[in-house]
Design a protein around this ligand. Structure first.
Ligand SMILES: [Fe+2]
Ligand SMILES: [Fe+2]
Length: 169
């Protein structure tokens, strides 16, 4: 590879296959974050009603955080000699986070966020395992991001609990 300095660990030529595998996993993570930004953006604007305001405020803060995650995944892709993909490579997956029929249906949004966060947690756990023993930097970064997603999941599980307690979910 042009301009490449022989290194150790994940940057070493003998780890090319592992590096390629991690780049693919990081690209998937990158797209998951980008789609989450799109979904949270729409869902921080659409909901109506008094009860929706807490959800709107929370999602507005998360947009910035999820965008930050996308940036970190992108930067790591580059550091591993990969290329951050262009928009034509994007395939949407978050069917569950489309706008609900009624914009007062906050439970739909809460459940969608929980599904998105749970999906991210599952994929990031796989990256952490794939990086084990060969790419500590990716592993460390993804552990930090995983911590953020667990916080998001827990917050929205709490919102859902409140609705369930009142017989609204
Ligand atoms: Fe994220
Ligand atoms: Fe998140």
């Amino acid at each position: 590879m042009a301009g490449r300095t022989p290194g150790h660990g994940i940057l070493a030529p003998e780890n090319n296959d592992k590096r390629e595998q991690l780049i693919e996993m990081l690209k998937k993570a990158y797209w998951m974050e980008i789609e989450t930004v799109m979904s949270y953006l729409a869902n921080s604007i659409n909901p109506d009603g008094v009860r929706a305001q807490e959800i709107i405020e929370s999602l507005r803060q998360d947009i910035t955080e999820e965008l930050g995650h996308a940036q970190r995944f992108g930067e790591r892709i580059k550091e591993l000699y990969g290329v951050v993909p262009g928009s034509m490579d994007f395939t949407p997956e978050q069917k569950y986070l489309q706008p609900p029929e009624e914009q007062t249906d906050v439970v739909h949004v809460i459940k969608g966020v929980i599904e998105a966060e749970a999906g991210a947690i599952e994929h990031y756990n796989r990256i952490i395992e794939a990086a084990d023993g060969v790419d500590w930097v990716t592993q460390d970064m993804v552990i930090e991001i995983l911590h953020d997603e667990q916080g998001h999941l827990r917050l929205f599980e709490g919102f859902l609990r409140e609705y369930e307690a009142e017989g609204l979910a």
